[in-house]
Ligand binder design. Sequence first.
Ligand SMILES: NC(=O)c1ccc[n+]([C@@H]2O[C@H](COP(=O)([O-])OP(=O)(O)OC[C@H]3O[C@@H](n4cnc5c(N)ncnc54)[C@H](O)[C@@H]3O)[C@@H](O)[C@H]2O)c1
Length: 301
Amino acid sequence: MDDFRGKVAFITGGGSGVGLGQAKVFGKAGCRVVIADIRQDHLDHGLKALKDQKTECHGILLDITDRDAYARAADEVERVFAPAQLLFNTAGVSIFGPLEKSTYSDWDWQMGVNFGGVVNGVQTFVPRMIAFGKGGHIVNTASLGGFLSSSFAGIYCAAKFAVVGLSDALREALAPYQIGVSVLCPANVKSNIAEAVKTRPAKYADSGYHYDEETFASLSRIYSQGMEPVELAGHVLEAVKKNQQYIIPYPEARAPLEAHFKTIVDSVTSPESDPDGIAKRQAAMMKYRDEVAEQQRKRKA
Ligand SMILES: NC(=O)c1ccc[n+]([C@@H]2O[C@H](COP(=O)([O-])OP(=O)(O)OC[C@H]3O[C@@H](n4cnc5c(N)ncnc54)[C@H](O)[C@@H]3O)[C@@H](O)[C@H]2O)c1
């Protein structure tokens, strides 16, 4: 996709940080932009910034874990503008602490927003994008933590690994509909994510982690050195034009990613160790694929 003029972009978490950067950049490229956010103050701030740069925009207060509200939001997008051709599943939250101390609430909140929210975006918008029939693009925001896990961010990373896996599968599934899929994996962005706990619902208040003003200050210091959201979104724009699968504009990520994938590849046994097994398993897989294709052909006929 390289002509964004008039196309409708729906951006979760669009009131702040990465999402607002995307709203500004895709708005400047000509999109009509709908930002959705759980925080009214973030929505107000985002809409003002978009109006100041003369982007046609609309805001929707939305908790992406609420499936009914998500469907209503998609109806509103169509009523106000038109069906969305660009979907940015960007909203996310983070809280860090020892994995072994995590509570179910720590799990449910982070998985619910960081993975469940993306699932809800996909389930809500993909059928509408296919029905609209004009192609489009989906950008899911994972993280470098979607490839590289660490114990203090275990739940966050589990959710982001899931976002990467979902995005790769979705890319294959939607190619026949001319809908591209990219997954954005930032390392550090100048955003408000240090205060994500403010949106943690009361029903998930029970946490196994320690979080106080000192924690907040340390996190804020890291993110203050992050990439500007508009700069990051510029990389996203270029990636969408090329339908690039992964967007990782952080040179410092290369060495750890190479080391990680080398460890994985080095764990694979050599082809000489089991030639008969390879042949048997590959033949079974080919047969399964042929059978599924034949079953699908029959169902369509
Ligand atoms: N900041 C970083 O360094 C960094 C690094 C890697 C990945 N990311 C990812 O980038 C994405 C955006 O985060 P950010 O850094 O811009 O943070 P941010 O807090 O500035 O923006 C996130 C926005 O999402 C909104 N939000 C939170 N929960 C929501 C919900 N349930 N429903 C709707 N909106 C909700 C927040 O109100 C906020 O406006 C997240 O997915 C995050 O995991 C950020």
